[in-house]
Design a protein around this ligand. Structure first.
Ligand code: ZN
Length: 326
């Protein structure tokens, strides 16, 4: 069997076989009893794809593999990824995005060999149990609110051209999201730069970091000649207002390289040189591609529904049901 499809087959098999086993155990009818004695409701339960559950293998933060039911997993992601204080429509948008992201990983198995997703937010999506959510001081009403958001969007995913989309998201854009091509080098029609107003209250909306001349050179791993005022050269920008390229000390870096080397919140930065070093101002946090979580909350506060939020951040996509995709 193609290794790529193994988790999918396992997950689908679990989704189909487990409910069938449970159903037959509950029924406890003799094997000879004809199937037509089933009530129409029971037949529908057996035949309707919507009654199937989907399971996915998840690598937990404790480094163990748990096979989780999809909706339970999505609840854990929203608990970990978005504050319960956010608007209900933003939480619903987050639930659809988390579900879409997970199912795309499950169907492609392109990030991990033996699991669909992990619980590391820098790789896949953060995840926490209901107990962990409450232990960190969150409230039962917050838990119930997020559970309602997941339930209200149960089975809903985002598709483009008949396939699950790459539903990337991040904390805060600083006012405008980024093109996928600017970050990953690939043009993705529904991951284009869009305006993202109303994020000013986000903790990481704006940040200033100062580097001494020595710290700056250490971060780049180079000795730069002259004074800091002579180091900074020409910049080019992306459609999302990020730095595409920047020349420093005669060498051109990409914005993503500089973000990594200097440990910046995003590629949407400006640099200013003084005698003592370099000051960097950054807007937003994360890769800035796809849905801004703070932007989604701002849209919801302005009266937008979750589907309007999703259509704004993933233009050209539409919402469909899981059973139509898998
Ligand atoms: Zn991962």
């Amino acid at each position: 069997m193609d290794k790529k499809w193994k988790p999918v087959v396992v997950a689908v098999a679990l989704g189909v076989i487990l409910p069938q086993l449970l159903l037959s155990a509950v029924r406890q009818r003799p094997l000879s009893e004809p199937a037509e004695t089933l009530t129409p409701t029971q037949q529908e339960t057996q035949l309707s794809p919507s009654a199937r559950s989907t399971y996915l293998p998840v690598l937990t933060a404790e480094n163990s593999i748990h096979v989780m039911e999809l909706e339970a997993y999505v609840l854990g992601v929203v608990l970990a990824e978005m504050p319960a204080e956010f608007e209900m429509e933003a939480l619903k948008a987050q639930a659809v995005v988390a579900r879409t992201y997970a199912l795309r990983r499950l169907s492609r198995q392109d990030r991990h060999a033996d699991v669909a997703v992990c619980a590391d937010p820098n790789c896949c999506q953060a995840y926490m149990t209901e107990e962990e959510f409450l232990q960190k001081g969150e409230t039962v009403s917050g838990l119930e609110k997020i559970a309602r958001a997941v339930e209200a969007t149960k089975g809903q995913v985002l598709i483009y051209g008949g396939a699950l989309i790459e539903a990337t998201y991040f904390s805060c854009s600083g006012g405008r999201t980024e093109d996928a091509v600017a970050v990953w080098g690939e043009v993705i029609p529904y991951l284009q730069a869009v305006d993202s107003p109303g994020e000013e209250n986000a903790e990481k909306y704006w940040e200033e970091v100062h580097f001494t001349a020595e710290e700056f050179e250490d971060a780049l791993g180079r000795d730069l000649s002259g004074t800091p005022r002579s180091w900074l050269g020409k910049r080019t920008f992306t459609a999302g207002g990020g730095v595409q390229t920047m020349v420093i000390g005669g060498i051109a870096y990409t914005g993503t390289q500089l973000r990594q080397l200097l440990g910046l919140n995003s590629t949407a930065f400006t640099m200013a040189a003084e005698d003592g070093g370099i000051t960097v101002e950054t807007l937003g946090k994360g890769h800035r591609v796809g849905m801004s979580q703070y932007g989604a909350d701002a849209m919801a506060r302005g009266g937008s529904s979750y589907d309007e939020i999703l259509m704004h951040y993933y233009p050209g996509t539409r919402i469909d049901k899981t059973e139509n995709i898998l």
